[in-house]
Each structure stands twice: as C-alpha cells, then as structure tokens.
Design a binder for this molecule. Structure first.
Ligand SMILES: [Zn+2]
Length: 331
C-alpha cells in the first residue's frame, strides 16, 4: 500500500507536515495503523523538489520518482528483512552479510543502522534533506538504539529521522525523549468502510470492528480468508467447543481472535457492550467474569510463547477447550 491508496492519509499528511518540529519524529499507534505509509509520504514530501502549497509532495518531480522507485539517494529505509516483503520494501542486497543463508531477521540489523547513521552524516546528494526511516523502531536492539541516541543528541545538519512504533514503551526512554511524539489519528469509520468495500471486503463493518477499527488489519484478515460469518459465529462456536470452526488457523491468529472474544465477553459480563463482535454474535451467551479471568490469564501466558514451534493441531484443541470452559458454562 502507498499513501495514495489510503485515502485517510491524504487528510493527515498536510496536518502532520505542518505540525512537525525538529529533526526526529516518533509516529506511534496500534500496529498496522498506517505508520509506515505515512512516514514514507512524509519523507517524500521533505525530499520533493516541487512541493505543493500544503507542503505535500508533487508526485511528479525527479525526487518523487526516485522515492517511488525506492532509489532516492537521500532516503534510507530500515525495516527487518522478515517484514520487507509485506511492506513492499525489499532491502538492498548485502553481499558481505550471511542474510542469504539464514532465516530473514525479525530485527533491524545493527550493521544497517550503523550504515544509516554514517549516511546521515554525509552531505545530501540532491540538497534537500537526508531522511532515515526506521520501522518498527522497537525492533532495534540496545546496541542500535544507543548508536541512534548519540546521533539524535547531536543531529547532523540536514538529517531527519522518522521512527515508527506500535510499542513506544519498549523504546529507550532517552530515545523517546529525543523525538517529537506524533500519535496516529484514528481512521474515520465511514472512510474506512467505503475503502474496505472498494477493496472487495464483504460486510466490511464486521471485519472493521473485528480489527478494532484498523482498516489495514481488516483487509489483511480478509486476504487471509476470514469471512464475516465465520467471525460472527466465533463466540458461539468456541462456547460449543467446535474445533472445526477454527481448523487451520495459525496459533498466533487463534490466540489473537480469542483474546478479542475474551475481552468482549468481559465487557458483557460487567454490563458493557461488545467491541470486536456484533451484539448478535453473543445471543444466548451470558458471560461470567470468574471463568473469563482464568481464560484471559491462560491466553496471555500462551501468547508470550507465540514464536514457539507449536504442534498446531494439539495447541488448537487445547485452546478451544479452554475457550469452551470459559464461555460454555455461561450459555
Ligand atoms: Zn515531487
């Protein structure tokens, strides 16, 4: 996705460009709120050689063309190898590294960060700025974060840094305090629903609510094959211990869906309204808090090991049993 394909970014971008101060920004918000796309659009605006009156990029000049082709000499984008394909941003090949042989790294490599810091200290090739974009910033290890901290303390002339994160509390406090914190605005619901319909998502309101109002997440779930009717049926299927309803779901996906289910059940148990599932999904169920607390604790415990090579089928059975215990006694 590019900023042009996300209509809400067009509204945010001029506001963001106007309100930004200083040489380092930290865009923070839920994962997949569009930080990466927004950060790229901001970088392009700073590098554009014919920026428009509202400070956004023209989209036509040579700098814009280079940005789109990922070859602008004054732009460095650091993303973990494991995320590059999803983000549509493949890192340049590193002939000396062993990355070709090993599993793609889930972290931002220290060498890549060091190279970017060196890049920021050189003279800008096209004379506008030098932009270093780091996404997601919590994927830097302590060595990288400390190296970056030094540069942010004494920023080189025209260098600008944009860090994106879904977990600002996992960054060094000193790193956070060197950046201007910019929260991601929430996407207006009507805009998100129209956009999801245009992407071919059926009953977009169901998946948008399921995704907590994040349209990019809703679209990803649609592409992964989640059907709205499956989602609506989930609380009752879990209460009934129906393993078939979630067969083939990867364990982390199942844990995430169950956590949303558990959270909604807790809201209902204390007299609130569900957030992730429509009210009809809860018909016939009367959640009670004590078993839900046990379930919630178990989900948290299992989620902490979500990189573990689970025996997926066994794990799925165990998770559905727990879900059923927590929800069924309420039916
Ligand atoms: Zn331009």
């Amino acid at each position: 996705m590019t900023a042009n394909e996300l209509p809400w970014l067009a509204t945010w971008l001029p506001l963001m460009l106007r309100s930004q101060r200083g040489h380092a920004l930290l865009l923070h918000g839920p994962a997949a709120a569009g930080q990466f796309e927004l950060a790229l659009a901001m970088a392009q605006a700073w590098l554009c050689e014919a920026a428009q009156a509202d400070a956004t990029a023209c989209g036509r000049c040579e700098a814009c063309t280079l940005c789109r082709a990922h070859t602008h000499p004054d732009l460095r984008v650091l993303v973990p190898e494991a995320m590059a394909a999803t983000l549509g941003w493949e890192p340049p090949a590193e002939p000396d590294s062993d990355s070709g042989k090993s599993k793609p790294s889930k972290d931002i490599r220290v060498e890549a960060l060091r190279a970017a810091i060196e890049f920021a200290q050189q003279t800008s090739s096209r004379g506008r700025a030098q932009v270093v974009l780091i996404h997601p910033a919590e994927r830097m290890n302590a060595v990288s974060a400390n190296a970056l901290l030094k540069v942010l303390e004494e920023p080189p002339g025209r260098a600008r840094f944009i860090l994106c994160t879904a977990a600002p509390d996992r960054l060094l406090p000193t790193l956070r305090s060197r950046c201007q914190l910019v929260p991601m605005p929430s996407v207006p619901r009507d805009l998100a629903l129209t956009w999801l319909s245009e992407q071919g998502v059926p009953s977009p309101e169901v998946l948008l609510d399921a995704a907590g109002g994040l349209p990019l997440v809703a679209l990803e779930w649609h592409h992964r094959g989640l059907r709205p009717e499956t989602w609506v049926r989930l609380p009752r299927a879990l209460a009934a211990g129906d393993v078939q309803a979630v067969s083939g779901w990867p364990v982390p996906v199942l844990i995430d869906a169950m956590s949303r289910c558990c959270e909604d059940a807790m809201r209902l148990a204390v007299g609130g309204s569900p957030r992730y599932f429509p009210a009809e999904a809860w018909r016939g169920l009367q959640p009670r808090l004590p078993p839900l607390l046990v379930w919630q604790a178990e989900l948290k415990r299992v989620a902490r090991h979500d990189e573990h090579p689970w025996h997926a089928a066994l794990m799925c059975d165990a998770l559905v049993s727990s879900a059923s215990r927590a929800l069924h006694c309420t039916a």
